[in-house]
Ligand binder design. Structure first.
Ligand SMILES: [Zn+2]
Ligand SMILES: [Zn+2]
Length: 349
């Protein structure tokens, strides 16, 4: 069985591994499609806070159950695997904040993930709720978006974003686009998507948002202000690790405006320049968001099944596991939006 393993930073390798065996109470899954995520690129190029080596990458995983030793799931079930295996018992799990589980294991981070042909899911993970039946009207490739969409849901929930609000999303990569689509499904008052790459903005034109802005243009702040009648936006989402939070950015916020720190910051960008008085008098807030809960993953699948978010649009590349180096290179050069890796053929794709 082929697998893409990261031995250490910058050491990605395709290797032949023995096919995993089903464990008592678990299931064996033939992986059909998985998503290449910005976090994978980060792991490959720079390492990642939550990663241990060597690791089969891939945390956006879908497939078909080929063997089952649990009553809840049957052979032939089409499933999406939520990556977080949570304990269900710690303080955070009890609060429903499962992404902060103190005992969390994550496929593709601390246990081997989905960039391989087969994956065995242990009983503990099934009990933690990682397996989700893919609704009939969603393909495997679409269901891959459940996890990233769930992370976007987590962000907008933490920001308490509502339909009466305007949002400026900085970064028109896969996550920025997904966030914009999610905000649209909320019925957001105004959605502005910004990036410095014209090709990304060209792609985003198909999302039919209120405004697309190239931040390389000198007057881009004026465009945001004009679009919000001079008041500024209610929410700024940082969907790029290269944005500087400084006075010019916070100057774009409406009263009670919020900045959602969705991406980790690139080295040197992590210290933010904030005018405390602006935030005090303007009742503004800075909010972090990382990962998603078990519940949000299920919510994301439901939202897609209701055809509220047409994620298919975001798939620019479908490659086989053999072509992973090419896919990584293209994604690194930002020539893609979403890369789907097809490990095996399966039903309706
Ligand atoms: Zn991801
Ligand atoms: Zn826990």
């Amino acid at each position: 069985m082929q697998a893409a393993i990261l031995n250490e930073k910058k050491q990605l390798e395709l290797r032949d591994l023995p096919r995993p065996k089903i464990v008592p109470g678990g299931v064996l899954i033939k992986v059909v499609a998985s998503g290449l995520c910005g976090a994978d690129l980060k792991m490959i190029d720079k390492g990642h806070k939550a990663l241990t080596y060597p690791r089969v990458l891939g945390h956006e995983i879908t497939g078909i159950i080929v063997e089952s030793e649990t009553k809840e799931f049957n052979k032939g079930d089409r499933v999406q695997i939520a990556p977080g295996i949570v304990c269900g018992e710690c303080y955070f799990c009890q609060q429903g904040i499962t992404n902060h589980c103190q005992e969390i294991e994550i496929f593709g981070f601390t246990v081997d993930g989905g960039f391989r042909e087969y994956i065995a899911i242990p009983e503990k993970a099934i009990k933690a709720g990682v397996l989700n039946i893919i609704p009939d009207n969603l393909s495997f490739s679409e269901a891959v978006f459940a996890e990233p969409l769930a992370c976007c849901i987590n962000g907008l929930e933490l920001a308490q974003f509502t339909e009466n609000e305007s949002v400026l999303i900085i970064g028109a990569g896969p996550i920025g686009c997904l966030k914009a689509m999610l905000a649209k499904s909320y019925g957001a008052k105004k959605i502005i998507l910004a990036d410095k790459l014209a090709k990304r903005l060209d792609f985003a034109a198909s999302l039919e948002l209120d405004s697309l802005i190239n931040v390389e243009e000198k007057a881009w702040h004026d465009i945001v202000n004009k679009a919000t009648d001079g008041r500024g936006v209610d929410l700024i989402v940082l969907a790029s690790s290269h944005v500087s939070v400084d006075h010019s950015l916070t100057g774009l916020l409406n009263k009670r405006g919020k900045i959602l720190l969705f991406s980790g910051f690139a080295d040197g960008k992590e210290n933010l320049e904030i005018d405390g008085n602006l935030f005090h008098y303007g009742e503004m807030a800075l909010i972090g968001a990382y990962g998603c809960t078990v519940k949000q993953n299920k919510k994301a699948l439901k939202l897609m099944a209701k055809q509220k978010i047409a994620v298919k649009k975001l798939i620019t590349d479908q490659i086989s596991l053999n072509e992973i180096f090419k896919g990584v290179e293209k994604a690194r050069n930002k020539e893609t939006i979403k890369v789907i890796i097809k490990e095996n053929e399966g039903g309706n794709g």
